[in-house]
Design a protein around this ligand. Structure first.
Ligand code: FES
Length: 147
């Protein structure tokens, strides 16, 4: 008898987390034993404004199905106004993604403080579910990167 196995789609998610708040929020989630999907791969950055929009496009072309940028709440940025720059850039990038035909829900911006471990786990779980629903991102994938 031929056995068929249906493999559930496991999205690849890149999370850029600022060192001072969101990365500490991830730590807090760990300390509080709040779990979030293992699909989320965290990249620690000094500030959310360190995330150049080309990093996000590159993540998509390299196989990410979703990208999330997490930073300090407005007014709390360690570098005073870094997250304001992030907010402006991401608004423009969302328009660009829309223009390119990429579903805007694949990119998310969140403000998560160091004390918000619960929020961190909740946001990552919710984002993973959204991307799972959207399916694989093939629009921007660079087929030369396919293994
Ligand atoms: Fe966290 Fe700037 S240091 S967003």
């Amino acid at each position: 008898m031929l056995e068929t196995t249906t493999k559930e789609f496991q999205p690849r998610i890149v999370a850029f987390c600022c060192n001072w708040c969101s990365y500490a929020g991830a730590d807090m989630a760990g300390t509080a034993r709040k779990s979030y999907p293992a699909n989320v791969k965290i990249i620690r950055v000094p500030c959310s404004c360190r995330v150049n929009p080309t990093f996000i496009l590159r993540a998509f072309t390299q196989g990410a199905d979703g990208v999330i940028i997490a930073g300090c709440h407005p007014g709390d940025c360690h570098y005073t106004q870094g997250n304001y720059f992030t907010r402006r850039r991401m608004t423009l990038l969302m328009s660009l993604l829309d223009f390119m035909g990429v579903d805007g829900r694949r990119l998310r911006l969140e403000w998560i403080s160091a004390a918000e471990g619960n929020k961190f786990a909740q946001v990552m779980t919710d984002f993973t579910a959204t991307i799972q629903e959207l399916g694989e991102n093939v629009k921007l994938r660079d087929l030369r990167c396919k293994k």
